[in-house]
Design a protein around this ligand. Structure first.
Ligand SMILES: [Zn+2]
Length: 102
């Protein structure tokens, strides 16, 4: 009998994927990964002050997002793309994730 490495369940183990998880934990993992990887609308929430993140500006980012950080007091974003610029045209942002491990 295989057991889920997350919750220890044996009943709902997913043998077809066989990645060490039960169906419920696979569902939770997919939800967590989708949340971590989605672009967050600025109307929904903003990053903490000074935290470097990916930013999307529809007029400029046809292929690649820029990077920048939000300044709540001035209600604008600073970017480093061309020198040091500020903008209020950011529509979405997402945290920058780095490789795990060494
Ligand atoms: Zn589980």
């Amino acid at each position: 009998m295989n057991t889920c490495t997350e919750c220890g369940s044996e009943d709902d183990y997913n043998f077809s994927l066989n990645i060490g998880l039960c169906n419920a934990c696979i569902g939770k993992k997919i939800e967590r990964l989708e949340e971590e990887n989605r672009w967050i609308p600025v109307g929904e929430r903003l990053p903490e002050e000074g935290v470097f993140c990916h930013i999307f500006i529809p007029a400029f980012n046809k292929c690649c997002p820029q990077r920048g950080w939000y300044k709540p007091k001035k209600r604008h974003w600073s970017t480093t793309t061309r020198g040091r610029e500020t903008t209020r045209q950011v529509t979405h942002w997402k945290p920058i994730t780095l490789p795990e491990g060494d």
